[in-house]
Unconditional design. Structure first.
Length: 184
């Protein structure tokens, strides 16, 4: 018998002063049986950093055809493709071919090695941004995971904090690669 996803609920308040985006979101997050709290919370963080009309969670680890999060316009065109972890370079290239913008949040002990192995194939993509999340940060985010969460995300001058009633995590992201400014 197959294991079912565990459902998490998050009331997420976002104050993104850099984008002028202020909103409350009621998220229902399905955590795949093989997914860790760390990875799930990085998906929540990615949602907070890119929140806007049409942004939604993909089907998750069970399918290769969808990213962890994506934003489609009314015509079905994929505007934003977001993956968390160390995705296969073929999947990243497929995402770059299908979406206007692709963002990868790489984390874990193998993040640097993953980039070194994938660099040659992925650096040519003009719509790809790769950000590395330090291991200490992703582990702190995992501690915020609960079946029912009240989270606040504050973004100001490039600094990001994700917090709950018990504490806050400052999120330091390192830009690994980013599209040229002219293509943004």
């Amino acid at each position: 018998m197959a294991l079912k996803a565990t459902i998490f609920k998050a009331a997420l308040q976002i104050a993104d002063m850099d984008r002028g985006y202020y909103a409350d979101h009621a998220l229902t997050i399905a955590r795949h049986p093989s997914e860790t709290d760390e990875r799930m919370m990085l998906r929540v963080l990615a949602f907070a950093l890119h929140a806007g009309p049409g942004l939604e969670f993909g089907k998750g680890l069970s399918t290769d055809d969808e990213p962890d999060l994506w934003q489609r316009d009314l015509t079905g065109r994929i505007r934003l493709w977001i993956d968390v972890g160390l995705p296969d370079e073929k999947l990243v290239r497929r995402g770059c071919g299908r979406a206007d913008e692709v963002v990868i949040y790489a984390y874990g002990r193998g993040a640097e090695l993953w980039w070194e192995r994938s660099r040659t194939a992925l650096e040519r993509a003009r719509n790809l941004r790769v950000l590395r999340v330090p291991a200490a940060t992703s582990q702190e985010l995992a501690r915020l995971a609960q079946r029912s969460m009240q989270l606040q995300c504050t973004i100001q001058e490039g600094q990001v904090w994700l917090s709950d009633q018990d504490g806050a995590v400052e999120v330091a992201l390192t830009i690994v690669t980013s599209p040229p400014a002219a293509s943004r």
